[in-house]
Design a protein around this ligand. Structure first.
Ligand SMILES: Nc1ncnc2c1ncn2[C@@H]1O[C@H](COP(=O)(O)OP(=O)(O)OP(=O)(O)O)[C@@H](O)[C@H]1O
Ligand SMILES: CC(C)(CO)[C@@H](O)C(=O)[O-]
Ligand code: BAL
Length: 287
């Protein structure tokens, strides 16, 4: 029969009404397309928890702080739809910009606290764009659950806060990061790396995991982070935008991991491509 693709909120709502009437539980997987195994892992997580799965594909201009990044963002809707059909997805919602932001659109959802620093500091307006579009997708789909990747860890924290603050009745599921065989986190932007950049990009996760091991149990973060930063640059990255240790729940800065779980987060540039990644850091067995 093929995967139904709808482009208007009215069509989406009509389908959701039928499913809700039948008592189905609805799962949502928001994406910007150019799908890879990371996205498909979110789809599988949603399928395990819901009767119907909606994937959304919308390259959201409001979350791009660089026109060049928006222009270069990979787009492959036909291939994406074919992969989603194989995964047994029930509906692809792929609206155009005018359907999401019609003439006169004037609202911004802005989340303080967790959206500050890290990517928030380096991509001005990015999380306002994410929070606004995700709030719309939640309300348009009326889904019961939504799945997001931990690869975009700060984004996940922003979305959890936004849904809680706005009393949107949806359960947010965080799914662990899917990696290539060498450890690089899968990302749509990896497609923009040269073959040499791609093979050197592994320096990011190598440095993160080494630093996380040393931080486990409460060692002072500063010298460990400085060494990790050096090894990322020596590994072939041109710039480390940030490398920070934060509390895993509220993303407050952390000097050492001696009480609760933390997260080590990085953004770095290689080949003119900005890659992000993060790993957990645990207080250790004696904490
Ligand atoms: N490697 C991955 N493992 C698990 N989830 C992922 C992975 N990469 C992306 N996701 C998740 O997929 C969803 C859609 O992300 P998106 O379409 O931006 O893909 P992406 O690969 O992160 O692209 P990019 O970072 O280049 O924009 C988000 O919830 C994101 O966290
Ligand atoms: C959540 C999201 C689909 C909102 O546009 C996007 O930020 C993404 O792909 O991670
Ligand atoms: N994966 C998060 C979306 C973005 O980079 O804009």
């Amino acid at each position: 029969m093929g995967l139904p693709i709808v482009r208007s909120v009215a069509e989406l709502r009509a389908q959701v009404r039928l499913w809700r009437g039948a008592g189905d539980r609805i799962g949502l997987v928001p994406t910007m397309g150019a799908l890879h195994e990371g996205h498909l892992s979110l789809v599988r997580a949603a399928r395990g928890r819901a009767d119907r799965v909606i994937v959304t594909l919308f390259v959201n201009p409001r979350q791009f702080n660089s026109a060049e990044d928006l222009r270069l963002y990979p787009r492959s809707e036909a291939e994406d739809a074919a992969r989603l059909e194989t995964e047994g997805v029930d509906l692809l919602f792929a609206p155009g910009v005018e359907a999401m932001y019609p003439e006169g659109f004037s609202t911004t959802v802005s989340v303080k606290g967790v959206s500050e620093g890290l990517c928030g500091a380096h991509r001005p307006g990015h999380f306002d764009g994410v929070a606004t579009v995700v709030a719309k997708l939640f309300l348009q789909s009326q889904a019961d659950i939504a799945v997001f990747g931990e690869k975009d860890y700060q984004q996940l924290a922003v979305i959890r806060r936004m849904a809680q603050d706005l009393d949107i009745p949806i359960e947010i599921i965080g799914a662990s990061t899917v990696r290539a065989a060498d450890g690089l986190a899968l990302s749509s932007r990896n497609a923009r790396l040269s073959p040499e950049g791609r093979s050197r990009a592994v320096a990011l996760i190598t440095a993160l995991t080494a630093a996380a091991d040393q931080l486990t149990g409460g060692a002072e973060a500063e010298p460990i982070l400085a060494a990790a930063r050096r090894s990322i640059l020596e590994g072939g990255f041109g710039e480390v935008e940030y490398l920070e240790l934060r509390d895993a729940a509220d993303l407050a800065p952390v000097q050492r991991v001696d009480r609760s779980a933390a997260r080590l987060l990085v953004a770095a540039w290689i080949d003119g491509v900005r890659l992000i990644d993060n790993v957990p850091v645990w207080p250790g067995p004696e904490a």
